[in-house]
Design a protein around this ligand. Structure first.
Ligand code: NAD
Length: 386
């Protein structure tokens, strides 16, 4: 098998790295950024963490802060209009996955034209486009290091996966001090999202030696630090480990793939507006139970990397420990089921066939070690209901 490995040209990793955003631009030969962020990060002043160092170098960029959680095609189009009125030579995506993905989608639409849905997988958004500097403020999506963006088609209520080199940031600035203000619920949701990225990348049919290395290290960091970051938001060491783990998990799945959890999670986000990480968390134990025996040695190795199984445990014992840990993690991080979260049960049941079709069409379930039928996906949704 030939593995094609991609990663940002430049990765700055460490506390206060964001102060060097001007140097990063200069290294890449860029000088006219256009900043994309969200309304909270703009109004709370957090965005000053990137604007301050830029102004100190005489750069006062336009700021588009109308992004929404789970970016939509309409917001991306509005962003592209604003971008067209600027003379920007790059985009800075500052925030969680939503602003970073909006910046990526803007770059693709500005360069490729058409509608957002024209670029959804299996199309390849590989065109030359404005370079992106991604600066995450959550430890979760890994979008700063991936060749993906996820955008909701508002006409069809579909969360579309869009992939290509135009979505791969030229540089990522990974500064865990930006995450100290993330509240516990978002810390939990985004943290389980990154654990899911690493685990899915590791058991994916598209795993390779590069993605394996990234995934195993990511799982080790995340599994040992997520509970601490959740309970003690100011714990510097836990925040640092989580941030690095999330970026490594991004590198892992960007060069392997996500799989069944993400495939069936996106329709929940699209139809019920459950936060991305939370819908993954609701599904992770159920889907892992379903998939376990199809890749038992890999799940067992994941459990050992996470520190929940011992080196001497055989694969069956280690796999069983992984399932116990995923259930315990959800309990400790107060992850609700779709039912206890308050989703409308009748709407849930009515939508299951459509959600299963959308999941299968995304391609992600095909990467799972056990590839489900439509009926099996519906059964998984029912089992996860709670
Ligand atoms: P998000 O970006 O929607 O942010 C969640 C909330 O956290 C928002 O209210 C935001 O204002 C707040 N927040 C962000 N940083 C904060 C900080 N430092 N302090 C306090 N509050 C802060 O959530 P997310 O989970 O980071 O991103 C989710 C999106 O990313 C989804 O659309 C998902 O589909 C996408 N995603 C993309 C990829 C990819 O590779 N491109 C991978 C996984 C997920």
């Amino acid at each position: 098998m030939i593995a094609t490995i991609v990663s940002p040209r430049l990765l700055l990793v460490g506390g206060t790295a964001v102060t060097q955003v001007g140097e990063v631009l200069a290294k890449l030969g860029l000088s006219r950024p256009f900043v994309v962020t969200d309304p909270f990060l703009a109004s709370s002043g957090t965005v000053e963490r990137v604007l301050g160092p830029l102004r100190a170098r005489g750069i006062d960029p336009p700021v588009f802060s109308d992004t929404v959680p789970d970016p939509t095609d309409t917001v991306v189009e509005a962003g592209v209009k604003r971008l067209a009125g600027s003379d920007a030579d790059c985009l800075i995506g500052f925030g969680g996955g939503s602003p970073m993905d909006t910046a990526k989608a803007m770059a693709i639409l500005a360069a490729g034209g058409g509608k957002m849905r024209d670029w959804k997988v299996p199309a390849a958004a590989d065109m030359a486009a404005l370079p992106i500097i991604a600066i995450p403020t959550t430890a979760g999506t890994g979008s700063e290091a991936t060749r993906f963006t996820v955008v909701t088609d508002t006409e069809r209520n579909e969360k579309m996966l869009i992939a290509g080199l135009a979505a791969l940031p030229a540089a990522a600035i990974v500064d865990h001090t930006l995450t100290h203000s993330v509240p516990p619920r978002t810390t939990a949701d985004t943290g389980i999202d990154s654990l899911t990225h690493a685990l899915e990348a590791y058991v994916s049919k598209r795993a390779n030696p590069y993605s394996d290395a990234m995934a195993l290290r990511a799982m080790a960091l995340i599994a040992r630090n997520l509970r601490t970051a959740y309970a003690d938001p100011r714990n510097e060491a836990a925040r640092e480990a989580m941030m690095l783990g999330a970026t490594l998990a991004g590198l892992a799945f960007s060069n392997s793939s996500v799989a069944l959890v993400h495939g069936i999670s996106r329709p929940i986000g699209a139809h019920f507006h459950v936060a991305h990480g939370l819908s993954n968390a609701m599904l992770l134990p159920t889907v892992t139970r379903f998939s376990l025996n199809a890749a038992l040695p890999r799940y067992a190795e994941a459990a050992r990397a996470m520190g929940v199984a011992r080196a001497e445990d055989d694969d069956a014992a280690a796999g069983a420990r992984l399932i116990v840990e995923l259930d315990a993690l959800n309990r400790d991080l107060a992850v609700p089921s779709p039912r206890s979260y308050g989703l409308d049960e009748r709407r849930w049941n009515d939508l299951l066939p459509l959600m299963a079709d959308q999941a299968l069409a995304s391609g992600s379930p095909a990467n799972n070690p056990r590839v489900p039928t439509k009926e099996e996906i519906i059964a998984l949704y029912r089992e996860a209901w709670g």
